[in-house]
Each structure stands twice: as C-alpha cells, then as structure tokens.
Design a protein around this ligand. Structure first.
Ligand code: 9L3
Ligand code: MG
Length: 150
C-alpha cells in the first residue's frame, strides 16, 4: 500500500520507492534475442569499470519495476523493450537496496552503448568466461537456463 501511495521508505540515501521491507529496487534486464544475452560494460565506479552487467538501474518513486526498467533501457541503450518475468535470485545491495533481474524482449531498436563502454551479445557457451560484475554472478545458472530453454 505504501508503494501505491508513493510513500517510500526514508533510508540513509533519502526518500525513494521501496518494497514491503522498505528496500529500493535496482532492476536489471536479461535481454535475450536470437538465443543470445545482451551484456553491457560498466564505466563506473572504478572497481566495476570494464566489467560486464545486465543493463538497468534504480526504479524511481512512482514507477513500477517494469516501467523503471523500460526507462533505463531507453536511456542506456536506446531501445524499446518489453519487461517480463523475474529471473534468478534477488541480490541484497548496500543502502537498503535490492537487485532483481527480469526477462526482457526487444521490441524495437538496436542496443547502443549510450551510458556504457560497450555492449555485446553472448551465447550460453560464452557466459562462464565473461568478467561479470560480482552482483550479477549469482544469476549465471538462471541465465544459462533462460538461454537454453527460452
Ligand atoms: N547494479 C548491479 N548489477 C546490475 C545493475 C544494473 C546495477 N546489473 C548495481 C550497481 C550500482 C547499483 O546497482 O551499485 C545501481 O545501478 P546503476 O544505477 O549504477 O546502473
Ligand atoms: Mg544502470
């Protein structure tokens, strides 16, 4: 109810949209097209720069996760996308945030690295060798399944 009314939890980083437990969500896209997964190479912070992630970002107050993730993908990659079901485990982040992945389908456009160093498509056989950001590594088994079974 709190989220529907737009009254997020006031955490240490300020007011934001939050779930039942008072956590702000970061949503990431498991975007699969033609049997390959889209990865994006981070430029910041320094400890994550050069490593690969599922693109996405913080859900803003008043947005559903699907709306917020669609916005992030428009901003970061210049694409229109359809956000589907949850994928893999949820990952606790510092500052009362939680990271969740969603299966995403490309609706229109071609992904371009507007806020990343680069983007790349990887097949299931390449996934284990990618230098993923630590937070996203817990998703590898679920991503393998998504790429294998669709
Ligand atoms: N994060 C981790 N894995 C991801 C994404 C999209 C984000 N796949 C972490 C990095 C930041 C925080 O979540 O600490 C917010 O993400 P962003 O706004 O820097 O993309
Ligand atoms: Mg981001």
């Amino acid at each position: 109810v709190a989220q529907q009314l737009g009254h997020g939890h006031d955490g240490p980083m300020g007011t934001g949209v939050s779930d039942r437990d008072g956590r702000r969500e970061v949503a990431a896209a498991a975007l699969v097209d033609s049997g390959r997964l889209l990865l994006a190479q981070r430029v910041s912070p320094p400890e994550l720069a050069g490593r690969w992630e599922l693109p996405g970002g913080k859900i803003e107050p008043g947005e559903t996760p699907a709306e917020g993730l669609s916005r992030e993908l428009r901003e970061e990659l210049g694409i229109e996308a359809v956000v589907g079901h949850r994928v893999g485990v949820e990952v606790p982040l510092p500052n009362e945030m939680v990271l969740r992945a969603y299966a995403v389908e490309l609706k229109s456009g071609v992904p371009v690295a507007l806020e990343h160093a680069a983007v790349r498509w990887v097949g299931v056989d390449e996934l284990a060798d990618v230098d993923l950001v630590p937070n996203d590594r817990a998703w590898v088994p679920a991503l393998v399944e998504l790429l294998t079974r669709g």
